[in-house]
Design a protein around this ligand. Structure first.
Ligand code: SF4
Length: 149
């Protein structure tokens, strides 16, 4: 039996992003069709609606573009998403790149100027600390060779 994978809900095409859109990825959709993936949106599990103001990590906090500190909702949602992923036995996460929650390896720098820095989103960081393998949709696609941006 193959391991279950937790995936960002927006990569399944769910309209969960800050702009109330999804960004479907063929390789992620294939995993779901095979019954191998669970789509979750940590930000929505933290109680945030879509649409919502754009957010970025700033040090150990998460701020939205209106200057509000949304760290508590981000951390609550990431904890809940991790709990569900662990209940389902997920050992791998395929997460939307550059998101303040799901980004892995590269995120925005907190100035809302599109500047990228090394780092993980809140959920990606929690998954790594829990011992899971974290990759982006591009990493998965490099393995599967098909993805819509
Ligand atoms: Fe997608 Fe993650 Fe953002 Fe939710 S929190 S919209 S799953 S990138």
């Amino acid at each position: 039996k193959k391991d279950m994978v937790v995936v960002s809900a927006c990569l399944a095409g769910c309209p969960t992003r800050y702009d109330a859109k999804g960004t479907p990825c063929d390789a992620v959709l294939d995993l779901i069709r095979e019954g191998r993936a669970i789509p979750l949106c940590p930000e929505q599990l933290g109680g945030l609606p879509a649409p919502r103001p754009c957010c970025e990590r700033l040090g150990d906090r998460v701020m939205n573009a209106e200057g509000e500190d949304v760290t508590d909702a981000f951390e609550r949602g990431a904890r809940e998403a991790l709990r569900i992923a662990q209940l389902a036995g997920c050992r791998t996460a395929v997460l939307k790149q550059r998101s303040p929650t799901c980004g892995n390896g590269i995120i925005y720098d907190g100035t809302f100027t599109s500047k990228r820095i090394p780092g993980d989103g809140v959920f990606a960081e929690m998954c790594r600390k829990a011992g899971m393998t974290v990759m982006s949709e591009d990493d998965l696609t490099a393995q599967a060779h098909t993805c819509a941006e």
